[in-house]
Ligand binder design. Structure first.
Ligand SMILES: Nc1ncnc2c1ncn2[C@@H]1O[C@H](COP(=O)(O)OP(=O)(O)OP(=O)(O)O)[C@@H](O)[C@H]1O
Ligand SMILES: [Mg+2]
Length: 276
């Protein structure tokens, strides 16, 4: 058997300060290699950006990390909120959320008919301990549990400046509010790594600046790392400690924002696809 550099005595290992390490990650759809032997790692408390032209494979990388798609090849080693390192490949998406790896989607996915606070609760994927029957009948144990999580959801909304509108319906809310609600959901389950797919899309300049501050605050308050995809280059360069640029599913470069901006291959990939 080939010696795996990520194993010691059969156990997965990564650097002490590494939260996520993907290695040789690959997936193809038909003949199209959407992610092609991609490797990178993310450190604790790091804000890490993934950039690339439209269709480069960014969302697919997120789907392979969170096991919405099963990669054809490669490993996804993650240090969870119990400090255990495991390969996530083959695990169920809800198991991964419980380990503290949570995400938002490129398109906001909320239930319009529910209030903002209920959207945070419903979407948080928290497993209630009370049985389904007692939840339906609203027996005391279930009620107590719901109250506890509701309190937490309200605390998160307060932190994001949305407490005053928590009982309003999601329907008709400005886009910026809906994006914040998605972010609020990720904070409900002891996140160690939060994955954000185009968090600034559709936001105006002042909302984008506010989001930069909010992501930093979240990182500090929750002591977690952030992996994000964003087309707004100012957002990425202002916020990220390091950036990984990909094109046609392959790695182009990894480095500081300055290094990535100066990289000729990265510039060529963007120029080839027009202004993004
Ligand atoms: N489920 C799927 N079935 C078939 N092809 C897919 C699937 N998901 C993604 N692809 C293809 O894989 C490639 C990468 O898509 P992906 O959505 O990851 O790109 P992206 O970098 O997120 O793009 P964007 O910036 O537009 O969001 C594209 O060619 C896309 O059409
Ligand atoms: Mg995408």
């Amino acid at each position: 058997m080939a010696l795996n550099s990520n194993e010691i005595n059969g156990k997965a290992t990564i650097g002490k300060n590494t939260i996520l390490k993907i290695e040789d990650l690959s997936i193809a759809f038909g003949g199209l290699k959407a992610v092609d032997s991609l490797s990178f790692d993310i450190k604790e408390k790091e804000i890490f950006g993934l950039i690339g032209p439209n269709g480069a494979g960014k969302t697919t990388v997120f789907n392979c990390i969170t096991q919405f798609y099963k990669p054809d090849r490669g490993t996804v080693l993650f240090r969870d909120n119990k400090n255990q390192v495991e390969d996530l490949v083959g695990k169920k998406p809800h198991e991964i959320i419980k380990k503290g790896l949570v995400r938002t989607f490129q398109n906001v996915e909320l239930i319009k008919e529910l209030s903002l606070v209920d959207n945070v609760l419903v979407g948080s994927h928290i497993e209630f301990q009370a049985s389904l029957i007692s939840q339906i009948l609203k027996l005391p144990k279930a009620r107590k549990e719901e109250a506890k999580y509701r309190e937490k959801a309200e605390e998160v909304l307060n932190h994001m400046g949305l407490y005053h509108i928590k009982d309003q319906l999601a329907a008709g809310q400005p886009y910026g509010v809906l994006k914040k609600i998605e972010l609020a959901r990720t904070l409900m389950c002891e996140p160690k790594l939060i994955i954000l797919d185009e968090p600034a899309a559709g936001l105006n300049d002042s909302e984008t600046l506010a989001l930069i501050d909010m992501v930093r605050e979240i990182k500090d308050k929750f002591n977690c790392s952030i992996l994000l995809v964003e087309h707004d280059m100012r957002f990425v360069t202002d916020l990220c400690d390091r950036i990984c640029a990909i094109s046609f599913g392959k790695l182009l470069a990894i480095g500081t924002p300055g290094e990535i901006q100066a990289n000729e291959e990265v510039q060529a990939a963007y120029l080839g696809k027009g202004d993004e």
